[in-house]
Write a protein that binds this ligand. Structure first.
Ligand SMILES: [Fe+2]
Length: 195
C-alpha cells in the first residue's frame, strides 16, 4: 500500500481551488476513474493509481498558456502538499517524450503505472468526443464503435494514437483497454455531463 498525504476529497478540493474549466475537471475525473479500473485489473493500489490520475494535470490551470512549464510546475505543487518523489515522477511522466516540454524531451516512461497514465489521460479525449457525437450518450457505447473512431485519425485528431497504444506495454490489449475505459467513464457519467 502506498501512502498518500491527502484524501481524495482534499485532492478534488485542491483542483477546484484553481481556475478550472468544466472540460478540464471532467478530464481529471475520467482519468482518475480509468486509472482506478486499471489498478484493479492489475491488482495494484486503486487509491494510489486513482490519485495519480486525478492529479496528473494539477498544474494545468497555471500552465495552459505556457506549456513548457506543464508537468514541471506540478512538482512544486505536489511537493508542498507532501507527495513523494515517486508520486511526482509518475505524474510528470505523462509529459515524457513531448517536444513541448524541453526538459522531458528525452525522458522515457518505465513502469506500468506510467504507461497506464499516458494511455488513460489520452483516451479520455477520444471517448468524450465520441460520446458527444452520440448525443452525450455513453451508456451503450461499445468497443467496436470506439475502435472505429480510434482508427480514424481525423477524429479527435489531437489525441495521440501512439500514446494510447502505450497501454500495450502493460500486456493489456487495445480492446481490453477500451472496454475498461468505457466502463470507467460510464461509472461517472452523471458527474461529467454524459448519459
Ligand atoms: Fe491530462
Amino acid at each position: 500500500m502506498n501512502s498518500l498525504p491527502m484524501t481524495r476529497e482534499d485532492a478534488v478540493n485542491l483542483l477546484k481551488s484553481m481556475p478550472q474549466t468544466d472540460s478540464d475537471m471532467n478530464h481529471y475525473l475520467e482519468t482518475e476513474s480509468i486509472m482506478r479500473i486499471l489498478a484493479e485489473k492489475f491488482n495494484e493500489d486503486a487509491e494510489y493509481w486513482g490519485m495519480v490520475g486525478l492529479l496528473h494535470d494539477v498544474d494545468w490551470s497555471s500552465t495552459r498558456d505556457n506549456p513548457k512549464e506543464h508537468c514541471i510546475k506540478a512538482a512544486d505543487i505536489l511537493k508542498t502538499r507532501g507527495f513523494d518523489n515517486v508520486f511526482i515522477e509518475n505524474v510528470q511522466s505523462h509529459g515524457y517524450g513531448y517536444d513541448g516540454i524541453p526538459a522531458f524531451k528525452n525522458r522515457k516512461r518505465n513502469s506500468k503505472i506510467q504507461y497506464a497514465l499516458v494511455a488513460a489521460e489520452t483516451v479520455t479525449g477520444v471517448i468524450y468526443a465520441y460520446a458527444l457525437m452520440r448525443g452525450k450518450n455513453i451508456s451503450d457505447m461499445e468497443v467496436k464503435g470506439l475502435k472505429k473512431k480510434f482508427i480514424d485519425k481525423s477524429f479527435a485528431a489531437n489525441c495521440s494514437r501512439e500514446l494510447v497504444r502505450e497501454i500495450e506495454t502493460t500486456g493489456l490489449s487495445l480492446d481490453e483497454f477500451f472496454a475498461l475505459s468505457i466502463m470507467a467513464v460510464k461509472k461517472i457519467k452523471d458527474q461529467i455531463g454524459l448519459k
